[in-house]
Design a protein around this ligand. Structure first.
Ligand code: ATP
Ligand code: MG
Length: 559
C-alpha cells in the first residue's frame, strides 16, 4: 500500500506542493528529465529527518521518471568516517530506495574544485587572504552595516596563483590563509561578502588520504557537486535559502550555464519528544545516555529499525507530513499511528503477561493440559490459528484484578465472572495476600459449559482477559520504551532533557508458540502493544523483545 502511494505522488504528501509546481514548470521549458540527489555528510547516522529528504528526492525522481544519486558529501575530513558511509548505504536501501549505479563521493571531485578555484583566480574572482578567522569576523560587517574589504583583496593574479599553489603543497599551517571569492563586501547578503571557498586542513581524509591539505567549503563544493553530476533540482533545508545567491554564483562562474541546477529549500523535520541533529544524537551516544546510535529510543534510522519500525511506516509518515517552507514540529504520535496502521494486519497476536499475578482454577483438574485454539489475528484470517496450553494455574495481568472494583471495571474482582480468551468463563471466589498486602494469588472456579467456540449462550460477560499458563510458558525480557526526551523542551543550557522513564525492563511470560520466534520478527502482545524480537540482545537462552509502540494512543489524526 505504502509502496504504491510512493509511486503515485513521490512520497511527499499532496502532489500539489510547491516543489511539484517548480518541477512541472521547469519541465515545460528545455528540461527533459529531472535529476535529484540525496547528499548526506558521512559524519553520523541518518535520522528520520534524513528519511524525509530521502523520500522527497528519490520519490520525486520516481514520480517524474528521473534519477536520484546517492552522494556522500565528504569534503570535510575531520568528522567523517567510513563507518558512517556503510550505515548510510544500509539505511537508504532498507528504506526501500535504490541509487542503482549512481553512488558518488564529493571527494572524488577534489581535482575539479581545484581547477575551478584556479579559473576564478585567473579571472580575478578569487584571492588568497591572510586574515585570521577573528579578523575576518571583524571585517565581515553585520546585517545592517556593510563589510570592509580585506587588505589582501587586491593581490595580483600571479601572486594569488602562486600562494594558492603553495597552500595546496602544504607550505602553510592550518588557519593561516584562505581562498576567498571576490564578490561584494557591501552586499546586503552576508554570504556574498567575499566568502571563504578553500581552507587549509592538514587532515587525513577517509577516501583521499593525505592527497590534499586544502579543502573546499560547503558553499563552494556543493553547487559544483550538483553541477558536475547534472543535478537539475538540488533540494535542501531552509537554512540554505540565504546561500542560494552564492550557490548560483558558483555554478555560473564555474561555467555551468546550460540547465544549471536549481536549489529549492524546504522546512527541516522536527518532532516532539526527540532531538534531530547528528550533533545532539552523537552527544547522547558519547555520554553513554543511550545504548549506541541504534538504541531503540533514537530517531536514527538504525534505532527505528531496531525498535521495530518498518520502512513502510516511515515512508507513510514522510508522505503524511508533506513538505512546506514553514518550520513546524510534528507530533511523534503520528509516527506511532503509522506503525500501528502498518502492523495491524501483518502481525500475529500472542498472549504475554507483563506484570503477572497467579490465578488458580480450583475446580480444574490438577496436571491437566488442555490445548485451546486461538486465531492468530482476528483482523487477518490468512494468518491462521495456533494452539495454546490451558492449565489449572495461570498468570494474568495484575491490573486485570481489583479487590474492590471501581465503577465500570469489567475485569476480575471477587464474585465477578470474566472470559479467559479462547478458553472458559471463570468466577473469582477469593484471593490471597502476602504480608505486605499484595495480592499473590487469585482463586476462581470455571464453568466447563462455557468453552470458547462451543456455542454456549447461557449468559454473557463483559470482560475478556488474556492469560498464560503458569507451567507451560516461555519467559522472556520485554523492554518497554517511551519517548526519549521530555516534552517540556529545554533546560537552562538549551538542551532537551531525557525522559527518565524512557526504558522499563520487565520479565514476562508468553505462550509457548513464541519459542519459534525469529530475530527481527514482530508480534502483537494482546491488549498491550506491538513488539519485535531484538536482533542484538536475543540469545539462544533468552528472547528479548522491544516494544515498538503500545496499542493505546491519545493521538488523533489531524483532519
Ligand atoms: P544534521 O543537522 O542532523 O547533522 P545535516 O543537514 O547536517 O543534518 P546532512 O548529512 O548534511 O545532515 O544532510 C543530508 C540531507 O538531509 C541534506 O539535504 C539535508 O538538508 C537533509 N536533512 C537533514 N536533516 C533534515 C531534517 N531534519 N529534515 C529534513 N531534511 C533533513
Ligand atoms: Mg551537515
Amino acid at each position: 500500500m505504502a509502496e504504491e502511494k510512493i509511486m503515485e505522488n513521490g512520497g511527499l504528501g499532496a502532489t500539489g506542493n510547491f516543489i511539484h509546481s517548480y518541477i512541472q514548470e521547469d519541465l515545460k521549458g528545455e528540461l527533459k528529465k529531472i535529476h535529484t540527489r540525496f547528499p548526506p555528510e558521512p559524519n553520523g547516522y541518518l535520522h528520520i529527518g534524513h528519511a524525509k529528504s530521502i523520500c522527497l528526492n528519490f520519490g520525486l525522481a520516481n514520480l517524474y521518471g528521473g534519477k536520484c544519486n546517492l552522494r556522500f558529501d565528504d569534503t570535510n575530513p575531520t568528522k567523517e568516517d567510513v563507518e558512517y558511509v556503510d550505515s548510510i548505504r544500509e539505511d537508504v536501501k532498507w528504506l526501500g530506495f535504490d541509487w542503482e549505479d549512481r553512488l558518488y563521493y564529493a571527494s572524488s571531485y577534489f581535482g575539479r574544485y581545484y581547477e575551478v578555484a584556479v579559473k576564478l583566480i585567473k579571472e580575478g574572482k578569487a584571492f588568497v587572504c591572510d586574515l585570521s578567522a577573528e579578523e575576518m569576523r571583524q571585517y565581515r560587517g553585520t546585517l545592517s552595516a556593510p563589510g570592509k574589504e580585506s587588505p589582501y583583496r587586491n593581490r595580483s593574479v600571479e601572486e594569488n596563483l602562486e600562494l594558492f599553489e603553495r597552500m595546496k603543497n602544504g607550505e602553510f599551517p592550518d588557519g593561516s590563509r584562505t581562498l576567498r571569492a571576490k564578490i561584494d563586501m557591501s552586499s546586503p547578503n552576508i554570504n556574498m561578502r567575499d566568502p571563504v571557498i578553500y581552507r587549509i586542513a592538514h587532515a587525513t581524509h577517509h577516501e583521499t588520504g593525505d592527497a590534499w591539505c586544502i579543502y573546499p567549503m560547503y558553499d563552494f563544493a556543493h553547487p559544483l557537486e550538483d553541477a558536475i553530476e547534472g543535478i537539475t533540482h538540488s533540494i535542501c533545508t531552509m537554512e540554505f535559502e540565504d546561500h542560494r545567491p552564492l550557490y548560483d554564483w558558483v555554478v555560473k562562474e564555474a561555467g555551468y550555464t546550460e540547465n544549471p541546477p536549481r536549489q529549492i529549500e524546504f522546512a527541516r523535520l522536527g518532532m516532539t519528544n526527540t532531538v534531530m541533529s547528528k550533533r545532539k544524537l552523537r552527544a547522547l551516544v558519547e555520554d553513554g545516555l543511550v545504548d549506541g546510535w541504534d538504541d531503540p529510543r533514537m530517531p536514527t534510522i538504525s534505532g527505528l529499525r531496531r525498535r521495530g519500525y518498518t520502512p513502510e511506516a516511515i515512508r507513510d509518515f514522510c508522505e503524511r507530513i508533506g513538505v512546506a517552507k514553514a518550520n513546524s514540529i510534528v507530533d511523534s504520535g503520528l509516527l506511532d499511528y503509522c506503525i500501528r496502521d502498518d502492523l495491524k494486519t501483518k502481525t500475529k497476536v500472542v498472549m504475554a503477561v507483563l506484570d503477572p499475578v497467579k490465578l488458580v482454577i480450583t475446580n480444574y483438574p490438577e496436571g491437566q493440559v488442555e490445548m485451546v485454539e486461538l486465531e492468530n489475528n482476528p483482523e487477518a484470517p490468512q494468518l491462521g490459528s495456533r494452539m495454546a496450553p490451558f492449565t489449572r494455574e495461570l498468570y494474568i495481568e495484575r491490573e486485570d484484578f481489583m479487590e474492590e472494583p471501581v465503577k465500570k471495571f469489567f475485569r476480575l474482582a471477587p464474585g465477578k465472572e470474566v472470559r479467559l480468551k479462547g478458553a472458559y468463563f471463570v468466577t473469582c471466589t477469593d484471593f490471597v495476600k502476602d504480608e505486605a498486602g499484595n495480592v499473590v494469588e487469585i482463586r476462581c472456579t470455571y464453568d466447563p459449559e462455557t468453552k470458547s467456540g462451543s456455542g454456549f449462550e447461557g449468559r454473557k460477560v463483559k470482560g475478556t482477559l488474556h492469560w498464560v499458563s503458569a507451567t507451560e510458558n516461555i519467559q522472556a525480557t520485554a523492554r518497554l520504551y517511551d519517548y526519549m526526551m521530555l516534552d517540556n523542551p529545554e533546560d537552562p543550557n538549551g538542551d532537551m532533557i531525557m525522559n527518565p522513564n524512557s526504558l522499563e525492563v520487565r520479565e514476562c511470560f508468553i505462550e509457548p508458540v513464541i519459542s519459534e520466534a525469529q530475530k527481527g520478527e514482530r508480534f502483537q502482545f494482546m491488549r498491550n502493544g506491538y513488539y519485535i524480537v531484538d536482533t542484538k540482545d536475543t540469545s539462544e537462552e533468552k528472547l528479548v523483545f522491544n516494544r515498538i509502540v503500545s496499542l493505546k494512543s491519545s493521538f488523533k489524526l489531524p483532519k
